[in-house]
Design a protein. Sequence first.
Length: 232
Amino acid sequence: MGGSTDDRTVVSEPGWLTPALWVGLPLVGGVLGWVLTLVAEWYVGLPVAPLQGPVEWLTDLSTVPRIAVAVGVGVVAGLVIALLIVSALLTVTVDRRGIETKRGDDEQRAEAAAVASVFVEDKRMVVLGHRGEELVSVEFDLDRRELRAAVERHGYRWSEGDPFKDAYRLWVPDAEGLPAGANPVLKARQGAVRDGKGDDAAELRAELAKLGVVVRDEDKKQHWRLIDESAR
């Protein structure tokens, strides 16, 4: 769910979600902490169980401190989890000056004059430039219809799927047709994708874009295409 003014539209999660996370998760954590005080002695009596040491320490406390500590730890844990979730929420802002995405510390922006089209495919939102370059590429878990309405409302072109889908080729080591220096970057990125190092993979994607290569992943395999340097 998002909101709009005369000059911009924001596509985001429902407005109630963030307050609910900040209130609900600490509350749940506190309740679980209290429940732990009720079963602590039984828990430390089990033959094998994780974190038995801290729980055993808890049983050494008198009733009031035991409850205070357990509930406090549960509340703090809930706050930490809420912070992690909220920081991972995506916000897309669309106006006639450009399209901007924000997820935690990751902010991407495409200026209006550079935007050729926008699409969502395989749970990824992409803003394409006029040469087929990816100006913005971000995992997308919001309402696609809401995004399309925002894009078209502000005069941008919406595409049903990637218009360059048929141009991609499966990358193999020392693949031919790539610009100089691209194969080593793709090799490094393949390792990052395989090992689940998302930040490293994103940085290497940006390096490939500088070399004129667009890359996408399917089942941890890289597919690539060239940016059209002749298009303007």
